[in-house]
Design a binder for this molecule. Structure first.
Ligand code: SF4
Ligand code: SF4
Length: 203
């Protein structure tokens, strides 16, 4: 994995979706991991997703889920509890939310910031990471959110590139983005809500 860190879940537990609240009870830490997407795959994107990006996106999520399962298995061997959260499982199709925000965990772990594109931004890999989380009661040393706002000041790359006009100086318009993703999902062979344009330009 390209990124690894630990978050104290106390300040962000309230952002979890109700479906995992019972399972997450007593789990005080969130292990955040990031998989670096392929530059050549991303660089092949112009203004819409490509078939090779679709495949790579699927494999990245699979790799993350496997890594989370391995970490959970190790924690179980220490006789502690671990709850691996799927890398890319939607539980609210209207607003496109998962069980929790992997980005919020990564920020709380001190690994980066949320950019104006709403992507998680790492100091080195910028927006080119996919994330996964394992919740656990294994005692760990947690990080703290980074100071500052991250690298968005003075950058307009995603504002200029977004094919939906969903990103502005003011931030990210979820509804506009979702509408464009729906359109992309109808492209031949794509079949899912992906885009890749703001991921590509955030480097
Ligand atoms: S492309 Fe630039 S403005 Fe957009 S999220 Fe990345 S760093 Fe921020
Ligand atoms: S995913 Fe695509 S449509 Fe949505 S904000 Fe990023 S570039 Fe725009």
């Amino acid at each position: 994995m390209a990124m690894f860190g630990v978050a104290d879940l106390g300040p962000i537990r309230g952002t979890f979706r109700p479906d995992i609240l019972t399972a997450a009870r007593g789990l005080e830490y969130g292990i955040s991991m990031g998989y670096r997407l392929s530059d050549p795959v991303l660089d092949g994107i112009a203004d819409r997703p490509t078939l090779i990006y679709k495949h790579h996106y699927k494999v990245a999520n699979y790799m993350l889920d496997q890594a989370a399962a391995h970490v959970a298995s190790y924690i179980h061997q220490q006789r502690k509890r671990a709850l691996p959260i799927p890398a890319s499982q939607v539980i609210d199709w209207k607003d496109n939310y998962g069980h929790l925000s992997h980005k919020a965990i990564a920020v709380q772990a001190g690994l980066g910031w949320i950019g104006r594109s709403a992507l998680f931004l790492h100091p080195v890999h910028r927006g080119r990471l996919r994330l996964v989380t394992v919740l656990t009661d294994l005692p760990l040393v947690s990080g703290a959110p980074l100071a500052g706002k991250g690298p968005c000041d003075g950058c307009r790359a995603c504002i200029d590139a977004c094919p939906a006009g969903a990103i502005s100086e003011a931030g990210y318009d979820r509804a506009r983005c979702a509408e464009k993703l729906k359109e992309f999902s109808r492209m031949p062979g794509i079949g899912q809500s992906i885009c890749g344009v703001c991921v590509k330009v955030c480097r």
